[in-house]
Every structure is written in structure tokens, then in C-alpha cells.
Design a protein around this ligand. Sequence first.
Ligand code: NDP
Length: 304
Amino acid sequence: MPKILDGTAIAATIKQEVADEVKTLAAQGIRPGLAAVLVGRVPASEIYVRSKVQTCADLGIYSDRITPPETVTTEDMLDLVNALNSRDDIDGILIQLPLPVQVDTKALLDAILPEKDVDGFHPINAGRLQAGRPALAPCTPAGVIEILKRSDIPISGQNAVVVGRSDIVGKPAAMLLLHQNATVTICHSKTRDLPAVTREADILVAAIGHPGFITPQMVRPGATIIDVGINRITTREDFDRFFAGNARREATFLKRGSTLVGDVHPKAFELSGAYTPVPGGVGPLTIAMLMANTVRAAKMRRGL
Ligand code: NDP
């Protein structure tokens, strides 16, 4: 039976560690602060930001939720970022993506002070990460490493295959695995004979954005599978494709009219040695690592 890597439990441990650190900083008169910028009214973004702000409150981190209107301009947003850059009570700036089309997302992310870039998206942080210097690393890939380490899954010397090369997940995940001495292969939509490459993986990281893309034929038996994907399925056809015969999932699906599936087909997990479920795998780590990055930024900015 494969081992289920319980991201919810690992995230809870990390959040407790962050809360303890926040208490230690409080004794020195320091309270880490996060600005969460939510533009317009995208329901998924609203849920994410609510959850981030709530987690700040739970851990004793100050947070400021800022909600510019849908019609905001790039200039207005740059003014906002500059103001947040100068605020001493703010250690981390988070701009919830996606932004409306009229806003130049790259210009905005580049305007965040690298020291306050708790999402780790600034090119300076990407460069520092690549160069193996202290950096604020993107939260989801950092969470992937925490899951592996805290589950005692060896990384050093292992073949790690990352499917996906986005700047926010695939590339930084590959870089972090490399720094842990894995032998890393990065795959993408132009990779030739992808199944042959993924079957070489001791650790397979899927960050593709296509539901159930990694099939059993693509997995080496016993491999560790980290499924970063989050896809909502709403049709009966999709449900049957992924979860036929899964009574517990069916109950959720019938109640809510949807359920989540990762980028890995559930049948592929059955072959693995260990895997992260969806939901409850990588997802919870993203917020936990955002909190850890905020505290880290607060300390680094003060030279601690
Ligand atoms: P992107 O769309 O930015 O990147 C997807 C990557 O997958 C690209 O590099 C693309 O290749 C590759 N890809 C697409 N199709 C194929 C294919 N047929 N074969 C091989 N590679 C392919 O997605 P993200 O990196 O932002 O997100 C990936 C997944 O992770 C999504 O499901 C997203 O919802 C989830 N996610 C989860 C988070 C969490 O907290 N758990 C946080 C962030 C994302 P190419 O570059 O060639 O186009």
C-alpha cells in the first residue's frame, strides 16, 4: 500500500513552528506583517486571500487586506506597491494573481522590494534561488521540499522528474530539488516521449494543470509522486473517469456538484510508494510556507 503524504498535518506542524517564532519575535517587540492585495472580485482569489488573512490571525502575524477595484490601473497599483515597500509594519507583500488584463503583472511583481517578496516571484529572488544564495523561495515548491523532507523521503542522489516549467512551480521546484542533490529532469509540452522520462523518476512532481494527466503507464512502481495540480471537475463523465467506484468521493461530488482532482490520475497513485493526495497534499503547504516566508522576511529585514 502506498504511503499517503499528509500535507494538512505537515502544514499544521509548520504553522505551529511559525507561531512559536512569532511569539519569540514579539518578546523582542517585533510583529511580522503581511499585506494581501486582492484586486476586484474573483471568487477563487477571494477564498485564497481570506484563508491567508485568517492564517495570519491564527499565527499572530499582522495582516492588512487591501482591495483595489477591478478597474485599477498599473500606475495606481505601482503607487500602492511603493507605499507598501516603504511601510515599516509590512514585511511581506502578496499580490493575489491573476490581475485584470489592463494591469501589467510583471511590472508590478518587479516593483515589490525583493526583501518583501514573500511569494518569491521577483527575478532577484529567482536569481538568488538559482545561485544557491539565501532567497525567499516560491511557497508551493518550498512546500514540496518540506513534504519530502518531513516524510523522510530521500532526495539526494534520486532521479527527480518535474513535469511543468512555470516560473511559480516547475522551475523553482526543479531548482530546490537540485540543491537537495537530486538528479533533476524538467519536462514540458515539447518533451519527446514523456512517459519514458517520467518512468525514470524516483520522485515525480506533476505541475501541469491538466486533470489526471499522469497515468499509471507513466509511473515507475514504488516512485514518490508529488501532485501539485488542483483541478475542479464538475461533470459526471470526468467524475467516472477518475473516481468510478469511490463512494466517499461520490458523496462529496453529489453534495457539492464538483470535486478536486490533481494532475495525476488516482489510479497512478496505486503504483506509487508514497503520494500527496488532492486535496490535502501540496495545497495546505502553500499557505504555511507563505507564513514562514513572512516571518523569515521580517527577520532578514532586521538582520536577525
Ligand atoms: P502553468 O500553466 O503555468 O504551467 C504548466 C506547465 O505544464 C507548463 O510548463 C507546460 O509546458 C506544462 N505542460 C502543459 N501541457 C503539457 C503536456 N501535455 N505535457 C507536458 N507538459 C505540459 O501552470 P502552473 O505551474 O501555474 O500550475 C500547475 C498546476 O499546479 C495547476 O494545476 C495549478 O492549479 C497547480 N497549482 C497548485 C498550487 C498549490 O498550492 N497546490 C499553487 C500553484 C499552482 P510548456 O511550458 O511547454 O507550455
